[in-house]
Ligand binder design. Sequence first.
Ligand code: UDP
Length: 456
Amino acid sequence: MEKKMRAQSAHCLVLPYTTQGHINPMLQFSKRLQHKQIKVTLAITRFIFKTTMHQLSSSVAVETISDGYDEGGRAQAESREAYLARFQQVGEQTLADLVEKLRDTGHPVDCIVYDSFLPWALDVAKRLGLVGAVFFTQSCAVDNIYYHVYNQLLKLPVTGPKVLVPGLPLLEPSDLPSFVYDLGSYPPLYRMVVNQFSNIDKADWVLCNTFYELEQEVVDWMAKLWRLRTIGPTLPSIYLDNRLQDDKAYDLNLFKPNTDGCIQWLDEKPDGSVVYVSFGSLAELGIEQMEELAWGLRASNKYFLWVVRASEEAKLPKDFVEETSRKGLVVSWCPQLEVLAHKAIGCFVTHCGWNSTLEALSFGVPMVAMPQWSDQSTNAKYVADVWGMGLKAKLNEKGIVRGSEVEDCIREVIEGEGGEEIRRNAVKWRELAKEAVDGGSSDRNIGMFVAELVNS
Ligand code: UDP
């Protein structure tokens, strides 16, 4: 009893970066902390708060800071560079103000868990005498590549047919994150991912949304540098261990789910017969790639559920939706977890964003990887060659995945002989993901983090 009371007095302020793929895992981690009797406050921007509060159903307390764009969010910024600079400037001040405000409520903050994309938050934490825990929302393999770039242990531009990064398999240059192998493609984002390591040595904890069994070698290597703990996958509890009451969904949607009867539509389809296609919240496909993908889906003759965000819709071939309506359903955003968990789903054609990858893995859904940018190429390499739970679609000389390749990969993964092992591995990873969270490695790591917070 005494321990519990002390535990409840520890208070974490959790600060995610402002995109869906960062808010989801950090809000989910918050719920896990809360379940272990830690008080948690999630800090989101005023703009996100304003636009999502009507549907915010989470049990985690929410407060706001400012990124300097309270009226229009990121879209208002003239460039990404400008957005990040302003976020830091205004964010530092408003984060410190929030800590101050919470002190006055009688529940002072003990620790800031901040997104690795916002390293300035650690400076705020240290200035205020708080524990600082950095939270990485990408894979440890990817994090380790950026670490090597930051410290110039990996010299750029990469030359040679193979790249060696400790803890990772031999990589081709194109398996590296796009900001690294395609140097100069997005300078502000390149600086952001590399600068995740600018002050990491001052962090008290390094938390990663992955699980030990999935990335053992690289985790072991990185854990020699910092107090690194793997705490994922951060899917809602209902899908993993079912120990957290009411943790059934991600709770904070930046996009309006257009469910359009997705689930009813899936209910009518045979088990394992549907191809689910999604490229996450940010990736933009070229028109030609979109056409090839559409062509490939149609040629596969499988049922498909395709998420095409409103901003991408104009790229769909004319009349495609009507012409394929017997086989396919195109929606602008869907409840991805419910979809991937559905027994009608047979394969996932994906950009291999890290959350989507962990989700597919946790549901045992085999993947066809079509990485677009950022860390997706590295995730796709692991999916295909390390975890053996999917195929990486091959690019033609113009860097495009042809429709016929999409079709071949889908067939192979769903029903091909070579796909058998992929389907078996998918089930194996599903079990290991569940174990990690259900009293296994990730659960123990969260317990360790909590215990130290409480006892310090
Ligand atoms: N997602 C969703 N509905 C969709 C598409 C995606 O809920 O129609 C969610 C998905 O479950 C995942 C997140 O959005 O949690 C996307 O994150 P990911 O890291 O895969 O990709 P990003 O959007 O960051 O590129």
